[in-house]
Write a new protein. Sequence first.
Length: 328
Amino acid sequence: MNKEALYYEKLEDKKVRCSLCPHYCIIKDGKIGICMGKENKGGILYSKNYALTTSVAVDPIEKKPLYHFYPGTDILSISPNSCNLSCKFCQNWQISQMEAPTQYLSPERAVELAKKYNSIGISYTYTEPLTWYEYILDTAGMAKREGLKNVLVTNGFINEEPLLKILPLIDAMNIDVKSMDGSFYRKICSAQLAPVLKTVELSQKSCHVEITNLIITTLNDSDELFHKLTDWLASVNPNIPLHFSRYFPNYKLSLPPTPLDTLKRARDIAANKINYVYVGNVREIEWNNTYCHNCKKLIISREGYSVAEKNYHEGKCNFCGTALPIIG
Ligand code: SF4
């Protein structure tokens, strides 16, 4: 189903310039943008994959990962067949980097399903949801009116104007900061770093935000980069949870999986300035537990994506009474 895109301008010869993300694709009549989600038909830009989802699943919120947003709950998870980055290590490349089967899911039906499956809301995830902008705007508005939460799992590569328009509908985001090195973004992801950092800085003023940094052997695993990420995030807000994630070979990258020592090194550096640091894609359970930043006692223990124990009440630590940066 097509719906006219919200952010673009018309150019000569039925060309258009999309302004949803910093790629600013100039798209000829009959062609699509870099993300595959926008198509020029006769000089009008359409959201090509409006209401078409590659996936419909109910996931634990921890899988996003969001560890400080309604821990232990489930969320309906849907995704477009589009992405504006082309990361060589993409873990979901079959649905983000090439055409994949989709099914129609109207905004009304998405809301119905979220309620039917006792989900706290809808997560727009797996590929790059912001390339599904028009659909999310409609669906998230409807979901919010029904008392559901809206969650974006995003690469954060979006322009400021559309971001600010959608933020009032969004309750939580996990934003990838793939590296603090601009050349990594250019060479490995065909994107830029600065707009992503801007997205984090703006979004955390409006909704709950957590950050993921996938650590890839030799490409973004230096102490210098871990210090840069830590210092920047601490300057934005040291209570934003930071998830380091273990890389495994996928898509166009065959480098070996990240050594556990590297993940521990990153965690140790970040923990000096960030209050909540986690390590995902590993079996080390204590790296996924939550400890009160004041008294250091265990407040959430996790087993895989499940919450085994909670030691907080109404946002306060049961042991020392400190207010915690946890919602729900
Ligand atoms: S959203 Fe898609 S079409 Fe628009 S500028 Fe970005 S990559 Fe290009």
